[in-house]
Ligand binder design. Sequence first.
Ligand code: PGA
Length: 259
Amino acid sequence: MRQKFIVANWKMNPNTVSRALTLARSVARHAARARGTRVILCPPTLFLLPIANALAGRKCAVGAQDVSLKEKVGPHTGEVSAGLFYGAGARYALIGHSERRALGETDEIVSWKLVNALDGGLTPIVCVGERERDAGGLYLHTLADEITHSLKNVSGARVQRIIIVYEPIWAIGKTASAALTSHDVHHSVLFVRKTLASLFSRKIAEAIPILYGGSVEPENASALVREGNADGLLVGHASLDAHTFSAIIASVGRVRERR
Ligand code: PGA
């Protein structure tokens, strides 16, 4: 069985470092009890170093929300490279989140950021997903294209070090009732794996964790993993409250125990 991942994308929250530390410490206490599940917190860049220090030795990893297209230190005002994130304690990085793509990040940019993350020692968590769904299934072509172009610079050996998140843009930031059904998630996870198999091999595709993201809440978390067959979840708004996020961690842990 592949390991499960629960990734918290805090986006530009909370508004002070002390709130961020309180949230991180509280989540880490619950993460310690989640067997077979890796919990990863992606805080705002400014809070990453103090959180990584506070969580050192705990069972909760830290990730960046993005990395620079620049791979080396140098005259790049405002940029933060994968290597700098690694030095600050990050071990993962979200790459190509739809909110970055909405700011103009193309598949080409994503494909190079992914290489930078790998070169910098980080595990890229690559986000893909359609803007909207059509009854004719044309969105599947868009999804396959996005995967193909985003992964074009990685070899079969290196691609096994990445995590994919299927996150349909239309399902982000809503409530569990408006999220994808676990049946649809299952279908999409199969489609992503099939696309990976056609690009690399079936064996390689089987080794890559495929998570689901978009309006994950405690109400739908376990079904998305159990029936949706996702290898974990990317959680936005529901990761900002320790109690709510811990409920998600606990329910995914229980899915594993029942299997
Ligand atoms: P959401 O956000 O859980 O609030 O839908 C998910 C994301 O944007 O990664």
